[in-house]
Design a protein around this ligand. Structure first.
Ligand code: UFG
Length: 329
């Protein structure tokens, strides 16, 4: 029996495939390679280049492989883009998931773990955020991820599918082997953008607003290492295989760092002065996002290993220094 990882050539997907293979699982990866990279796919995984909106291609895969569970990362994930191109998000995230579930139901595959996001909460009422807190997305991206959760729930009632939704906070860092890491085009995330400065690709980093209601005025986020996220997917899949019921879990370290603090840590790690300049706020950024991940720890037995920002930024630097252009040669 095999695990199917959809979007397994992307950032979090590729790290999860590495952990699955390390744990001795047989892995099938499917990815349309629009934002993922073939080089990020573990050489021991069987690879299918397909788009999840292609029902025929999915049916062929489910016929050819003996799939016992699905981990679903195949989605568009840029908050900003989702605001000016919402239909792309409805198409790729919601329509894609609908076609996937149709094919899973038809082939009797009944377990799925999938990427949700802190963006399902929108502006939090209080921190740390609990899974039971209000979900009121402020972006189309967050809206489509929340709708994916709802779609799973209805399909579960009708067809007996079981699911776990993992709501990530700020994914960062890179694999300890140095073989895979974060590579987005265009890059919009804070840590890789900061590291472009010591890599000689950017003169300075912009701080998007310093007038937020936080101690130093810059936004606070909960940074969680991608390998810790990967481990949570394996635990969630095992939880479903052991009969666990539908569930939703936050994944974060439970500690917030401001943009200024992250830049300071990057200066210490790289030994570079990393000039910074305050620019206007970015639309839609909540002041603070910090997870309570107590539920994932209690129910799944999840224990994040990289709970120190220095280690996280060092692992990212290790990757970016060696791969300044990501997977491109
Ligand atoms: N930031 C800067 N300068 C930059 C880039 C980012 O100051 O050049 C700030 C942002 O304003 C934000 C923080 O750094 O306060 C982190 O920004 P990221 O873009 O790295 O991450 P986000 O918190 O915006 O996004 C993350 C995930 C999304 C998810 C979102 C939930 O990457 O997938 O959290 O709000 F939807």
């Amino acid at each position: 029996m095999s695990i199917l990882v959809l979007g397994g050539a992307g950032y979090i997907g590729s790290h999860t495939v590495y952990e699955l293979i390390e744990a001795g699982r047989d892995v099938v990866v499917a990815d349309n390679l629009l934002t993922g990279f073939k080089e990020a796919v573990h050489p021991k995984a069987r690879f299918y280049q397909l788009d999840i909106r292609d029902r025929g291609a999915l049916d062929t895969l489910f016929q050819a492989e003996d799939i016992e569970g699905v981990i679903h990362f195949a989605a568009s994930s840029q908050v900003g883009e989702s605001m000016f191109n919402p239909l792309k998000y409805y198409d790729n995230n919601l329509h894609g998931t609908m076609v996937l579930l149709q094919s899973m139901v038809a082939h009797g595959v009944d377990k799925i773990v999938f990427s949700s996001t802190a963006a399902t909460y929108g502006e939090p009422e209080s921190v740390p955020i609990l899974e039971t807190d209000r979900t009121q997305p402020t972006s189309c991206y967050g809206e489509t991820k929340l709708s994916m959760e709802h779609m799973m729930s209805w399909v579960s009632k009708a067809h007996g599918l079981r699911y776990v939704a993992l709501r990530y906070f700020n994914a960062c860092g890179a694999h300890a082997s140095g073989k895979i890491g974060e590579a987005h085009n265009p890059e919009t995330h804070l840590i890789p953008l900061i590291l472009q400065v010591p890599n000689g690709q950017r003169e300075k980093i912009s701080i998007f607003g310093d007038d937020y209601p936080t101690p130093d005025g810059t936004c606070i986020r909960d940074y969680i290492h991608v390998t810790d996220l990967a481990q949570a997917h394996i635990l969630a899949l095992d939880y479903l295989m052991n009969g666990g019921e539908n569930n939703v879990f936050n994944l974060g370290n439970g500690v917030g760092f401001s943009v200024n603090e992250v830049i300071e840590v990057a200066r210490a790690v790289t030994g570079h002065p990393i000039p910074a300049e305050v620019t206007p706020r970015r639309a839609g950024d909540p002041a603070q996002l910090i997870a309570s991940s107590e539920k994932a720890k209690t129910v799944l037995g999840w224990k994040p290993q990289y709970d120190d920002l220095n280690t996280i930024v060092s692992s990212a630097w290790n990757w970016h220094k060696a791969h300044p252009h990501g997977y491109e040669k």
